[in-house]
Design a protein around this ligand. Structure first.
Ligand SMILES: Cc1cc2nc3c(=O)[nH]c(=O)nc-3n(C[C@H](O)[C@H](O)[C@H](O)COP(=O)(O)O)c2cc1C
Length: 190
């Protein structure tokens, strides 16, 4: 069965809420596993979790999530990303589907830079980036209300992610899972 992995860091819980929404959407089309990057897995600046990387090897899609910190992914996510260099040499993740979600305290707090980083990370691995096919600001359900088609951008208010941002996250999860199902086997066939 198609496995979709969601790998994310969250300090205060908003990114975790988005991760659960992505998982709910993806779960309509595949088996979803959520991996939270925890500080305990980072030793002297290095992310160490061989079992997680081995599990990601077997997934058909990997969706990256991190809050935007100072205009980019949070340091724990970057530690995880650096650890994936072990997979880069042999392009072990080539042709898996990739996508991303992020949040910030501002409607435009440079979250797009975090998604751009996720896209470059995916490109380094030869993965296939899945964007959003919802034009910004005009969706009747309020999805992609902030107008970023590279992935999910959320604005975090006092009550956590806005409802439209959670709907966008669920939609992205579904889109990734459907795309991974359509191109299933491409990654294994290399
Ligand atoms: C160190 C730090 C840097 C931050 N930098 C940004 C930023 O560049 N842009 C922004 O919109 N929000 C920024 N924020 C706000 C967080 O992105 C926001 O609180 C987010 O909800 C945190 O996600 P979490 O609840 O999953 O931990 C920053 C927060 C912290 C703690």
């Amino acid at each position: 069965m198609l496995e979709i992995a969601i790998v994310y860091f969250s300090a205060a819980g908003a990114t975790a809420q988005l991760a659960r929404a992505v998982a709910q959407g993806a779960g309509d089309f595949g088996a979803v596993t959520l991996y939270e990057i925890r500080g305990a897995a980072i030793v002297e600046g290095r992310f160490i979790d061989a079992a997680l990387l081995a599990r990601l090897d077997r997934s058909g899609a990997i969706i990256f999530g991190s809050p935007t910190y100072m205009g980019g992914p949070a340091a724990p996510f970057k530690a995880f990303a650096d650890a994936t260099s072990e997979r880069w040499t042999g392009q072990r993740w080539a042709n898996k589907v990739a996508a991303g979600f992020t949040c910030g305290a501002c409607p435009n707090g440079d979250q797009a830079a975090t998604l751009a980083y996720f896209g470059v990370l995916a490109a380094q691995h030869g993965m296939i980036w899945c964007n959003l096919d919802i034009p910004g600001g005009i969706d009747p359900q309020g999805r992609n209300r902030l107008g970023c088609q590279a992935g999910v951008v959320a604005e975090i208010g006092d009550g956590g992610p806005q409802a439209g941002d959670l709907l966008t996250a669920a939609y992205l999860g579904r889109r990734v899972a459907r795309l991974a199902g359509l191109i299933g086997g491409m990654a294994e066939a290399r």
